[in-house]
Design a protein around this ligand. Structure first.
Ligand code: ZN
Ligand code: CU
Length: 498
């Protein structure tokens, strides 16, 4: 009998954290058949001598909701060895939506990239699957999106009816397969919510065994208070909390990640379930309008900003705000105002250098710390390189060059740990019977090549990516297999035959 694929003579990192071992992997009908010594013959056989084979990487923090529809080839993730993205982070999700209505800037539609004629998660799944995406997606339902849908951009507390409507939307998404409820409490309109509103909504996830993921209310001066709030929400809502892109923002706060991790450890010792992720870069990125008050512009913050995408002033893309201000001979606060008040100025995406390299290492040393790109898939201009390089960067820079963590540990935190946490059924390990999402790479050469100046670059050292048993990427070439699936939390993929 001839099967689909055999990868021979690989160093297999099975994703559990155990050291690599030599062997073959047989793949057929979307699943891994055997791991060890291949028995049969396959239509496609690959000699993987000198390379490591691991489960496909899982990007636990993505904003690719809209990208699955706009860029279904998902080349910027696939080329890194990513086979699944967790979408809907930071409180921004493509669903729920009102067909025909531009979710636009108000609800953070810019970040989720939401567009389409769907209203709920199953509608999104249908739309995305029709595009034959290259990789898999699983979704979170976002607080900012839900709140904007129910209450618009009102800065007020929700009424009892608002609360019930929001609860119903969160519950429906999770019942349709979302892996949890996400917040972005620094953003509008989420920042106008009190803790009790978030608890009430997080409970809809907790009662269904799903997650609460959060871009916390503060990641700088009040980081520790924000961690306390997160732990309170999780405790009160009876939910597993996942802290997104853990960091201490701003020079004055560098080093605080240690205290923050101590708080997490204390909560875990008390029986709470808490997990975290980070991206391996010293800059964040987001919608510029969210970081400023036009009547009191923070100059210190403005000085560490670089413009990534700016529909109003394309010539600013790729430049530091401080240089633009100097060239124009104006106060940097005026440059900020110029950009943000221009037509479509609120669509500007910026990159801000706010993180300490030592904190990244501290985070990566923390047991179980997962990896998420937080990439914003706006491909015009000069997007943050994390969209193109996160996973190869962890393996090349932090594992190989600096030895911050071991290869098998890093791979485990990009695969089995992530799959367990986000409820990806039978994924995240190289294991007989499980889905064949695989990546073949060279740990001696894998590295990101995307830079701030030249971000849209394919990483080096990734030779093969298999998604649901089909070769999706081979030797630098996109195979257009279109074999990605829409995953449901702890269940079979949407539309898959059981
Ligand atoms: Zn965020
Ligand atoms: Cu994010």
């Amino acid at each position: 009998m001839t099967i689909d694929l055999i990868i021979r003579n690989a160093r297999i990192l099975d994703g559990t954290g155990k050291p690599a071992f030599e062997g073959d992997v047989e793949v057929d009908a979307g699943r891994i058949r055997t791991v060890g010594a291949a028995q049969g013959a396959a239509r496609d056989e690959i000699d993987a001598k000198g390379l490591h084979l691991s489960p496909g990487f899982i990007d636990v923090h993505s904003h690719d909701d809209g990208a699955f529809i706009r860029y279904p080839d998902m080349h910027f993730k696939l080329a890194q060895g990513v086979t699944t993205c967790v979408c809907g982070n930071c409180g921004f999700s493509a669903i729920p939506a009102t067909p025909g209505e531009d979710p636009g800037p108000a609800s953070g539609g810019i970040i989720s990239g939401a567009q389409g004629e769907f209203a709920d998660l199953e509608g999104y799944f249908d739309t995305a699957l029709a595009k034959k995406p290259a990789i898999n997606a699983i979704m979170l339902v976002g607080h900012n999106t839900v709140r904007a849908q129910v209450m618009g951009m009102d800065n007020r507390a929700p009424t009892a009816a608002d609360r019930a409507a929001m609860r119903a939307k969160v519950a429906l998404a999770i019942e349709q397969g979302a892996c949890g409820f996400s917040t972005g409490l620094i953003y509008r309109p989420g920042r106008w919510s009190e803790t009790d509103e978030v608890i009430e909504l997080a409970r809809e996830a907790g009662s269904r065994g799903a997650l609460y993921t959060t871009h916390m209310r503060n990641e700088g001066d009040r980081l520790l208070e924000a961690v306390e709030e997160t732990l309170t929400i999780a405790r009160e809502a009876g939910v597993h909390a996942h802290i997104s892109h853990h960091k201490a923002a701003g020079k004055a706060n560098w080093g605080k990640v240690r205290q923050s991790l101590d708080l997490v450890d204390r909560a875990k010792a008390g029986g709470q379930k808490v997990t975290l992720d980070i991206y391996p870069y010293t800059a964040g990125s987001g919608r510029m309008v969210e970081y400023f008050r036009l009547d009191a512009i923070d100059r210190t913050f403005a000085e560490v900003i670089r413009i990534a995408n700016c529909p109003a002033f394309r010539e600013f893309e790729g430049r530091m705000l401080i240089d633009i201000a100097k060239e124009r001979g104006e106060d940097i606060a005026d440059t900020v105002r110029l950009i943000l008040t221009a037509p479509k100025g609120d669509r500007t995406i910026c990159i801000h250098f706010i993180i300490d390299e030592a904190d990244i290492e501290e985070n990566l040393r923390y047991p179980g710390m997962m990896v998420g790109s937080d990439g914003i898939p706006t491909l015009n201009g000069k997007p943050h390189p994390r969209l193109f390089g996160t996973f190869p960067r962890v393996l090349g820079e932090y594992v190989r060059k600096r030895g911050v963590l071991t290869l098998e540990d890093a791979v485990a935190r990009m695969t089995s740990v992530s799959a367990d946490t986000f409820g990806l059924k039978e994924r995240g390990q190289v294991r007989p019977g499980w889905h064949a999402d695989l990546v073949l790479f060279d740990p001696g050469t894998i590295i990101d090549t995307a830079t701030y100046d030249d971000p849209k670059q394919t990483p080096a050292g990734v030779s093969l990516v298999v998604v649901n048993g089909r070769i999706a990427w081979r030797d630098g070439v996109h195979a257009n297999a279109g074999s990605g699936q829409m995953l449901r939390y702890r269940r079979d993929a949407y539309g898959a035959q059981a």
